[in-house]
Design a protein around this ligand. Structure first.
Ligand SMILES: [Zn+2]
Length: 371
């Protein structure tokens, strides 16, 4: 953890913007060359597509990607020593890890960003708090204030504000042909879509207070992803929708693994998604896996990163075998390829996700939010 933080602090202070800009340029160039998406998943009818948020600051406030973010914000009040995020260059759909370093240990850290509450958790160093979050793909480009409130013993609350810039993403577009029932569902299909929506809403309102992930998220299949996140598709020349995940072209029957540790919330065949698995990684961060030919896990099952969840396939609305991976945080749809590119700390034996130490506590605290 300490090595990780020294690494990130150094990146943030000295070479972050350049380093990440270079990395992401290469990254984007790579994915642009890959084949077009196969997946036909569209607007999840009942999963409440996020609406674009108006930026709190105008575009004139946006700092250049080559400038450190700190220059755009007021000095941090003591005892907040440092506040940074990776990657430095965020765009529509980017997942991000926020890190706050304190001079003394707070008892609670909360924050708001783009209208959403962030859950900060204490790292193995109690003076360093982390939050895994992200900007929804429909977030309007601009600068957004991250407003932090840190509570210290005695009840003193320290506030800090930092501007975080979201750049426009270069999403693709294209036409797709599918069986008509996937564009104009009949009565029976509509009933199933409505029932699926209830199940998905319930899954995405599940709350595990502590993170269950640890270290980097890994590719769910041994295949390269397409540049398909955020793609605008027109189905059968009549229905326009946004692709809210990433497709990995892969033959039927290939092993699909869970991208990070977590708990299975849903493992079931749905109308559009086909055989679908939703995994909760804690603190409202979820990954989804769709179109599977076989599901090998059950709801409630606790998975370790890399565990097999099933086999790839072409069930649901798909033109051919592939895996659709989705990433959701707090109602936002995030870019899976950018999540896979994040360098994340291991939350090990002394961290908040030690299974032995927290199993009983977690069992007692897992619950559904009231709606
Ligand atoms: Zn897809």
């Amino acid at each position: 953890m300490s090595t990780y933080l020294r690494h990130l602090t150094a990146i943030s202070a000295f070479k972050g913007p350049h380093m990440y800009a270079t990395l992401f340029s290469a990254y984007r160039a790579t994915f642009r060359l890959l084949p077009l998406a196969l997946c036909l998943l569209t607007v999840h009818p009942l999963s409440a597509a996020s609406r674009a948020h108006a930026p709190q600051q105008g575009h004139s406030q946006r700092s250049s990607p080559d400038q450190p973010q700190a220059e755009a914000s007021a000095p941090l009040p003591a005892p907040i020593k440092n506040l940074f995020w990776q990657p430095n260059d965020l765009q529509q759909g980017s997942p991000t890890l926020f890190t706050i370093e304190f001079e003394r240990v707070p008892t609670r850290v909360s924050a708001k960003w783009i209208g959403k509450n962030l859950s900060f958790f204490k790292s193995s160093d109690p003076k360093v708090w982390l939050a895994l979050a992200g900007a929804d793909l429909e977030t309007a480009p601009g600068s957004y204030n991250l407003t932090v409130a840190a509570t210290f013993s005695g009840g003193k609350i320290v506030h800090a504000v930092k501007q975080v810039d979201i750049a426009a993403a270069n999403f693709q577009s294209g036409a797709v042909d599918v069986p008509e029932n996937f564009v104009e569902p009949d009565a029976a299909a509509k009933r199933q879509i409505a029932a699926d929506g209830i199940l998905k809403r319930r899954a995405f309102s599940h709350l595990i207070p502590a993170p269950q992930w640890s270290g980097n998220f890994v590719s769910p299949v041994e295949a390269k992803p397409t540049n398909s996140f955020g793609k605008q598709r027109v189905f059968n020349e009549e229905l326009t929708s946004t692709h809210r995940g990433t497709d990995f072209p892969i033959k039927e029957g290939a092993t699909v693994v869970v991208s990070n540790s977590g708990t299975v919330l849903l493992a079931k065949e749905l109308f559009y998604e086909g055989n679908c698995v939703i995994v909760d990684h804690g603190q409202s961060f979820y990954t989804t896996y769709m179109h599977l030919s076989r599901i090998d896990v059950k709801p409630g099952e606790r998975l370790t990163k890399g565990a097999k969840i099933g086999l790839s396939g072409a069930t649901g609305r798909a033109t051919g075998p592939h895996l659709h991976m989705g990433v959701r945080w707090n109602g936002a749809y995030l870019d899976p390829t950018r999540l896979l590119a994040l360098t994340l700390p291991k939350l090990g034996a002394n961290g908040p996700t030690n299974p032995a130490a927290t199993a009983a506590k977690r069992q007692a605290s897992v619950h559904h939010r009231r709606r």
